[in-house]
Design a protein around this ligand. Structure first.
Ligand code: NDP
Length: 280
């Protein structure tokens, strides 16, 4: 469909674990677009050089993941609203004379949450967010934009939660201590793990869910494994669960549109392809 091939990349350290190349490769094929999406494992000290090289090679842009999101925020010359509000950039769009920095994680989390639970449920009560890193900022921003009346947040390192609250400046955000599970979950209609805990090969998030009402839904940003131990425990208690794969697919839509000029669709067939890859 496009005249000359177009290229985009994922820059991480490491980058190999990501499903992004499968996601964008699926859409490239579906839309008959000539181009490629490559995953680059780049150490932090080489991040700036890598970005310059991609621009010289006329890449359309890149996804940026752990541990480069902070550097990406500093390098971006123009920010979209969500990147400015969250102070996190997960996407570069390389224009001729400037680097655009976008945050598509907030969009991805919000769209998927509404698709899975419905907007009325999401707005029906307080939400509890665990974590204060880049993903947590996107989650908090998305919940705020969806009109969640109260967003409670706890992070292992309190100083990082304090910084998040200072920078996001949201009237609906309330910080709690890391072990105040009762305060976090009482009367909540949603709980979200936005930490790295639960990823394949790592420790599991062992938090008591006793105070979480059974009507509350439980979401996880981690998508590998698809059903984290937290989601397993939540399902066993009867909660509705939302895994991280939906967020991943939906955050990719605006990236793909910006780089390749076509707005792709999130379909059951795409999800099945990604699930298949996760199962190995
Ligand atoms: P960051 O490094 O920015 O933040 C990590 C967070 O995890 C911090 O809150 C940190 O707490 C917490 N944490 C780490 N280890 C522990 C532990 N042992 N106990 C308690 N808390 C811990 O990472 P990101 O926010 O960028 O990424 C978080 C997760 O979100 C990753 O798994 C990533 O893959 C996923 N993600 C998924 C997306 C999707 O589309 N599904 C999109 C973006 C991210 P502390 O401050 O105390 O260190």
């Amino acid at each position: 469909m496009t005249d000359s091939p177009r290229f985009a990349a994922l820059i991480g350290w490491p980058a190999a674990h990501s499903l992004s190349s499968l996601l964008h490769g699926y859409w490239l094929k579906e839309h008959g677009i000539s181009g490629a999406y490559v995953q680059l494992s780049v150490p932090p000290q080489d991040f700036g050089k890598c970005v310059s090289a991609l621009r010289r090679l006329r890449f359309a842009g890149a996804n940026v993941t752990v541990p480069h999101k902070q550097q990406a925020f500093s390098l971006a010359e123009t920010l979209d609203d969500d990147a400015r509000a969250s102070r996190v950039v997960n996407v570069f769009v390389f224009e001729r004379d400037r680097i655009l920095g976008l945050n598509t994680d907030a969009h991805g989390f919000g769209v998927n949450l509404v698709e899975c639970l419905g907007a009325a449920h999401v707005r029906s009560g307080p939400a509890a967010v665990i974590g204060a890193g880049g993903a947590a900022r996107a989650v908090v921003l998305a919940l705020s934009k969806l009109g969640v009346p109260e967003i409670r947040l706890a992070n292992r390192t309190r100083a990082r939660a304090d910084k998040l609250a200072r920078e996001l400046q949201l009237a609906s955000l309330r910080l709690l201590d890391w072990d105040d599970w009762r305060g976090l979950f009482t009367h909540a209609s949603l709980a979200v793990n936005a930490t790295t805990v639960g990823m394949l090969g790592g420790p599991s998030l062992k938090i008591p869910l006793e105070n979480l009402p059974l009507e509350a839904a439980v979401a996880d940003v981690v998508y590998n494994p698809l059903e984290t131990q937290l989601l397993e425990s939540a399902r066993a208690r009867g909660h509705r669960i939302v895994d991280g794969l939906g967020m991943l697919m939906h955050q990719g839509v605006p990236c793909f549109a910006a780089w390749f000029g076509v707005e792709p669709k999130v379909t059951p067939a795409l999800r099945a392809a990604l699930e298949g890859a996760l199962r190995g």
